[in-house]
Design a protein around this ligand. Structure first.
Ligand code: WT7
Length: 632
C-alpha cells in the first residue's frame, strides 16, 4: 500500500529521504501499484528541453489500478456517490464493481464508435457520473481525454477541439446548474460549425431530456450506443509515458495551452498525495466540490481517490442552490469526512451569514481543504471556526494544472496550522525561491519567485502540439528549474505562503485567466481600438477583472459596456466577463510600446497615491486622465 505518513516527525524523516534518494523513494511508492511490466529505469530528466520521463519502460493501465485492483477486497464498497443539483432528486451510488462494469461498457461503446488508443476525445459535460465513467473509459482503451469546463463558450470549445484534433465530443443535452438549464448540445453544435473537421462523432448523454437537434451520421445517443455493450473490456497496455490526458489552461500570453500528463507518474503521485494530504482512512467519505473540467477534479475527484480505493463524491450543483446551506446539508446527508473546496466558495458562503452551517450536523468532518487561490485570513478563520469548530485541520493545498498534484500542503492533522500558509512541500517536492536573476534565495524568512528544482512524477511533460512553448513558459526563465509563475514567502520554520501570480495571469473565483486572452476577446468588438486588462482585489472572487478600453466612434455608455460583456462571453465564456470597464483615451506605455500594467493594477485596486515614476512613459499625461476616471 502507498505510504501514509502518520506524524510530523515521520514527515520530516520521509521528506529528507525523498530528497536524498528521490528515485529510491518514488520506486518504492510505484511498487505499490499494479504494473503489467516493471520499469527499467525510474527517472531520466533534463530541464532545458525539457525532457522528463518517469518509470521508463513500465507498462500499466491506470484504470486497472483505479478499479480492477479493488474488486477483490472492496468490490462492494461504494466508489462513487453522485449528489444531484436538485436536492429532491435521489442521489446515486456506484460500488467499485458497478463502476468497473459501467466503465467497461462505456469503453466498449467508445471502441464500437471507432475510438482507438491515442485518439483524442473531448468532453463538454455536466457533473454527472457518466462524465467520470467516460473519462475512465477513455483511459481504459488508451484514448486521451480532454475535458473542457462546460462554462466555456462555443468559440473556446472549438479552439480546444481543434488544437487537440479530437475525433469525438461527448456532451449532454442540457446541464442543470442551480435554477438554470444550460443548452450544452447547442453549444457543441455551434462549436462544430467552426472548422472542427476532426470530429466524427458526437455522443450525447440524455441528462434532462429536454429537446435537442441531432445531426444524422454524426450525433448519437449515449443510451442507444451503450445498449448491449459487454460488461468487461480488456484494458489497453500503456507505457508509463503515454499520454493520459490533455487539459487546457491559461497563461500570460496567447491562447490556452494543452497541458499534457502521462500515465505512470501521474498515477503514482495523485494517489500518494491524496492519501497523505487528506489522511484518508478506509471507510471515509471524501468530497471535493471542484468541477471535473479543472485539474482539481481530474486528480482529486477521479484519479487520486479511486486509486486509493476511497469513496469519492461528485456534486452536480452550485453552493447556493437551493440556498446557502447546500454544502453543509450535503456534508450532513452523506456524513462527509474530508471536505475540499475553494476560497471563493468559502467567502461567498461566509457573506451569506454565520447561521447556515449551524443548521447542520457537521460532526463527521475530519479534514477541511482549500485550493485554487490564496486564502485570506478572514476566510481561513471562518472556515476554521464555523465549519471546523476550531478542532479540524485546514489543509491549504498549493498546486497547478501543470504540477498534476498537490505540491505544498499540510497533511491532515499532522502538520502545524498557520493561517494563509500552505505549509511544507510534499515528500519528493523540491521547492525553492529565486530572485529575478535566477539566483536561489536560501535561508528562512525570505520572499521570492517560486520554483521547483527537481522533477516529480506528475509534472507536465509538454504542451500539446507545441513543445517549444512548454520550454519557453516553464523552463526558460531560470536554468534547471520549473518556474511556477507565483511569488511566495518562506517563514522561519520553512513553511510557504503563496502570495499570488507574478505574471499576467489572474485568478477569478479560482478560475485561471490570461489577461491577454480577455483583451483579445474585448478587442473583437469592432469599435474597440485597444484594451488592457488587470486583476484587482475582490471580496468574494479573490480577484475581479478590470478592463481599460479605448474605443472609436461609439458613445461610451452602458449599452456599449453590455456589448463588450457579450463579446467576452462569446469568445471565452461568462467567467471571463470584466467586473469593471473604464473607457480611456490612451493607455500608459513604455517607449518600446509595452503597456505599463503596474500602473493600471494600482489604479484598479483603488490606490492612486504612489504610482511610482511615470516620467519614462511615452505618454505620461494619460495617467492623470485614467486616475480621474477610475471606477471604484
Ligand atoms: C494557480 C494554478 C491546482 C488546482 C486549482 C488551480 C493559484 C492554487 C493555491 C493555494 C494560493 C493557489 C496559484 C497557481 N493557487 N492553489 N492553495 N494558495 N494560490 O489550478 O488553474 O492551474 O491555477 O492557482 O496562483 O499558480 P490552476
Amino acid at each position: 500500500m502507498t505510504l501514509q505518513i502518520k506524524s510530523l516527525e515521520e514527515y520530516h524523516k520521509v521528506y529528507k529521504g525523498s530528497i536524498d534518494q528521490p528515485e529510491k523513494f518514488w520506486a518504492k511508492q510505484a511498487r505499490t501499484f499494479e504494473w503489467r511490466k516493471p520499469w527499467k529505469k525510474v527517472l531520466e530528466y533534463e530541464f532545458d528541453s525539457p525532457n522528463v520521463k518517469w518509470f521508463i519502460g513500465g507498462k500499466l493501465n491506470i484504470t486497472e489500478n483505479c478499479l480492477d485492483r479493488h474488486l477483490k477486497d472492496r468490490g462492494d464498497q461504494i466508489a462513487l456517490i453522485w449528489e444531484p443539483n436538485d436536492p429532491s432528486q435521489v442521489y446515486k451510488t456506484y460500488t467499485y464493481k458497478e463502476l468497473y462494469t459501467e466503465v467497461c461498457r462505456c469503453a466498449n461503446m467508445l471502441k464500437a464508435n471507432g475510438i482507438k488508443k491515442g485518439d483524442r476525445v473531448c468532453f463538454y459535460m455536466p457533473m454527472v457520473p457518466e462524465l467520470t465513467i467516460a473519462v475512465l473509459a477513455c483511459a481504459r482503451i488508451g484514448a486521451i481525454h480532454s475535458v473542457v469546463f462546460a462554462g466555456f463558450s462555443a468559440n473556446a470549445l472549438a479552439d480546444r477541439i481543434k488544437d487537440a484534433t479530437c475525433k469525438m465530443v461527448i456532451c449532454s443535452d442540457y446541464n442543470a446548474r442551480g435554477a438554470k438549464l444550460i443548452p450544452v448540445k447547442a453549444v457543441v453544435d455551434e462549436a462544430l460549425t467552426m472548422d472542427c473537421d476532426s470530429v466524427e462523432t458526437v455522443l450525447v448523454f440524455k441528462n434532462t431530456g429536454d429537446k435537442v437537434k441531432m445531426k444524422r451520421n454524426r450525433d448519437k445517443w449515449w443510451h442507444n450506443e451503450i445498449e448491449g455493450q459487454r460488461k468487461t473490456c480488456r484494458a489497453a497496455q500503456m507505457d508509463s509515458e503515454d499520454i493520459l490526458f490533455i487539459l487546457y489552461t491559461s497563461g500570460s500570453t496567447g491562447k490556452p495551452k494543452g497541458v499534457v500528463h502521462t500515465c505512470g507518474g501521474y498515477m503514482v503521485y495523485t494517489c500518494f498525495s491524496f492519501k497523505n494530504v487528506f489522511q484518508y482512512k478506509p471507510g471515509d467519505i471524501y468530497w471535493c466540490t471542484a468541477d471535473i473540467g479543472w485539474i482539481t477534479g481530474h486528480s482529486y475527484i477521479i484519479y487520486g481517490p479511486l486509486l486509493a480505493g476511497a469513496t469519492t463524491m461528485m456534486f452536480e450543483g452550485v453552493p447556493t442552490f437551493p440556498d446557502a446551506g447546500r454544502f453543509w446539508h450535503i456534508c450532513e446527508k452523506h456524513k462527509v469526512n474530508q471536505f475540499y473546496t475553494a476560497p471563493t466558495a468559502i467567502r461567498a458562503l461566509m457573506a451569506k451569514g454565520d447561521h447556515w452551517p449551524t443548521h447542520y450536523d457537521l460532526n463527521s468532518l475530519k479534514v477541511l481543504g482549500t485550493v485554487g487561490e490564496p486564502i485570506n485570513e478572514e476566510a481561513w478563520n471562518w472556515y476554521k471556526e464555523k465549519i471546523g469548530k476550531n478542532k479540524l485541520p485546514i489543509v491549504d493545498t498549493w498546486w497547478q494544472t501543470e504540477t498534476g498534484g498537490i505540491m505544498i500542503s499540510g497533511l491532515g492533522d499532522i502538520s502545524p496550522q498557520k493561517p494563509t500558509y500552505a505549509g511544507y512541500p510534499l515528500p519528493g517536492i523540491q521547492m525553492c525561491l529565486v530572485n529575478s536573476d535566477g539566483k536561489e534565495i536560501r535561508g528562512k524568512d525570505k520572499e521570492g519567485l517560486l520554483c521547483i528544482k527537481f522533477p516529480w512524477p506528475s509534472m507536465i511533460r509538454t504542451t500539446y502540439g507545441d513543445h517549444e512553448r512548454c520550454r519557453q513558459v516553464y523552463f526558460s526563465a531560470f536554468k534547471g528549474m520549473y518556474f511556477t509563475g507565483d511569488g511566495a514567502r518562506r517563514d522561519k520554520k520553512g513553511m510557504y505562503r503563496i502570495i499570488g501570480r507574478v505574471d499576467d495571469v489572474i485568478n477569478v473565483s479560482g478560475h485561471r485567466m490570461g489577461t491577454a486572452e480577455v483583451e483579445n476577446a474585448i478587442n473583437e468588438h469592432p469599435q474597440v481600438i485597444e484594451s488592457a486588462v488587470v486583476g484587482y482585489p475582490h471580496d468574494i472572487k479573490g480577484q475581479g477583472i478590470y478592463a481599460y478600453v479605448i474605443s472609436q466612434d461609439k458613445a461610451v455608455d452602458d449599452a456599449f459596456r453590455k456589448e463588450i460583456l457579450q463579446v467576452v462571453t462569446k469568445e471565452i465564456g461568462p467567467i471571463a466577463k470584466p467586473d469593471k470597464i473604464q473607457f480611456v483615451s490612451g493607455l500608459p506605455k513604455t517607449r518600446s510600446g509595452k503597456i505599463m500594467r503596474r500602473i493600471l493594477r494600482k489604479i484598479a485596486s483603488g490606490d492612486t497615491s504612489r504610482l511610482g515614476d511615470v516620467s519614462t512613459l511615452l505618454n505620461p499625461e494619460v495617467v492623470k486622465a485614467i486616475k480621474a476616471g477610475a471606477l471604484s
